[in-house]
Design a protein around this ligand. Structure first.
Ligand SMILES: [Zn+2]
Length: 401
């Protein structure tokens, strides 16, 4: 189809290096990379030749912060890139899982990751990963430590080459909302960030068990990941679908049941507008500029690309609402809504935001704490992803004719 080809050509023109280098291995660049700090804060900045998916977690005995990247060549980093502040040692190499690389910071005192961000230069395609560590106590550090499931936790046997990527694999980026300094909604001692991370990890396992979905997550720890970074990570992972998960509280009125949101400049109601604003606020407090670097040409290109993705997002949202209803779970009185959610603003892959329920008074906290309820919701989401991916692939065939 001519229009699709035109959009792709324009997009490639708009971001030449990104389009050309995705898929190849990223290189760590000495210029722009640094490790600085003291006992109050330590900051790692790692300049990369291109954006790649990454994740952060901690380990004990000895205390370590581990950053896994989808294949990064660290060899250009200088010899003296080996410690600062409470970081006594830095080790780099291949992770035990093929196609992944690992950086391990050994700590002399307990520090926990506060912010994990990735910014991408739209001109060069280069990426800057920023990780800040702040003091915590040993008890908190130990409680939060442990490798997330999915990748083998064995440290640093070197892997020579990435496996050939199977391009048929359907990749879902799961985005557990909030985290770190931004706990999201709070109710009866529970935080949205924690409940949603648990839900997301379980959902990942359910999806993987189908053998048909590869899952990546924007965060796999109690850590603040800025909204633009979440989108960048999905793009770097070449996600086919982006699902942001939340369980917010409404400031006014009672709300119950699941809601699926898609992107729109105009919010469908005042509550949705407030919710979208609330989600941007944490980023603004952290000094993340959500206005982006969109110039006029880029804005036109993004609008063009959204002509393709917006109906696909809406189609998935409809299927998801249907699947939740068929499973017999509660839906909100208006289960399909639209709003200006920053995390849904990528133009190159379909994206939805799912509130699995609300944490406000009279809401869904009990359900969200119930493993059986969660299993039903996870099955509904997984079923919807498979159903939509088939329908979308069939529609893609038609679009191409
Ligand atoms: Zn939320």
């Amino acid at each position: 189809m001519l229009r699709a080809a035109l959009i792709i050509a324009l997009l490639c023109f708009g971001a030449p290096s990104v389009a050309q280098t995705l898929g190849a291995s990223a290189r760590a660049l000495p210029d722009g990379s640094s490790l600085t700090g003291n006992s109050r804060e330590t900051t790692l900045e790692l300049a990369l030749s291109q954006a790649v998916p990454f994740r952060v977690f901690t380990l004990v005995e000895p205390m370590r912060v581990v950053i896994d990247f989808r294949q990064v060549d660290f060899s250009a980093l200088p010899e003296d890139f080996n410690g600062a502040g409470v970081v006594s040692d830095v080790a780099m190499g291949g992770a035990s899982s093929p196609g992944w690389s690992r950086m391990v910071l050994t700590l002399s005192e307990p520090m926990s990751p506060r912010i994990a961000a990735m910014e991408v230069d739209n001109i060069t395609g280069g990426a800057l990963v920023t990780l800040t560590l702040a003091p915590t106590d040993l008890e908190t550090f130990t409680a939060a430590a442990g490798p997330p499931p999915g990748l083998d936790a064995v440290l640093l046997p070197v892997v020579a080459e990435a496996p050939p990527r199977n391009d048929d694999t359907f990749v879902v980026m799961i985005d557990p909302g909030h985290g770190g300094v931004d706990p999201g909604a709070l109710h009866n001692g529970f935080s949205e960030a924690d409940l949603i991370l648990t839900f997301a990890r379980e959902l990942r396992e359910v999806m993987r068990r189908t053998g048909r979905i590869e899952v990546v997550m924007t965060r796999d720890a109690d850590i603040f990941v800025p909204l633009p970074t979440r989108v960048t990570l999905a793009r770097a992972a070449e996600a086919d679908l982006f699902i942001s998960l939340h369980a917010d509280a409404l400031a006014e009125g009672r709300a119950q049941g699941a809601t699926v949101y898609t992107l729109s400049d105009e919010a469908s109601d005042a509550a949705t507008a407030a919710l979208a604003e609330q989600h941007d606020r944490a980023d603004l407090l952290q000094g993340v500029d959500l206005s982006g670097t969109d110039d006029e040409v880029a804005a036109v290109l993004i609008d063009l690309a959204r002509i393709e993705t917006a109906p696909r997002s809406r189609a998935f949202a409809d299927i998801l609402v249907q699947a939740i209803e068929t499973t017999g779970l509660d839906l909100h009185a208006h289960p399909r809504s639209e709003g200006a959610f920053s995390v849904l603003k990528a133009a190159d892959f379909p994206a939805v935001l799912l509130e699995i329920g609300f944490l406000s008074e009279g809401g869904d906290l009990e359900n969200i704490q119930d493993p059986r309820w969660r299993a039903h919701m996870q099955a509904a989401i997984t079923g919807a992803v498979i159903a939509w991916s088939q329908a979308d692939a069939a529609a893609e065939g038609l679009r191409r004719q």
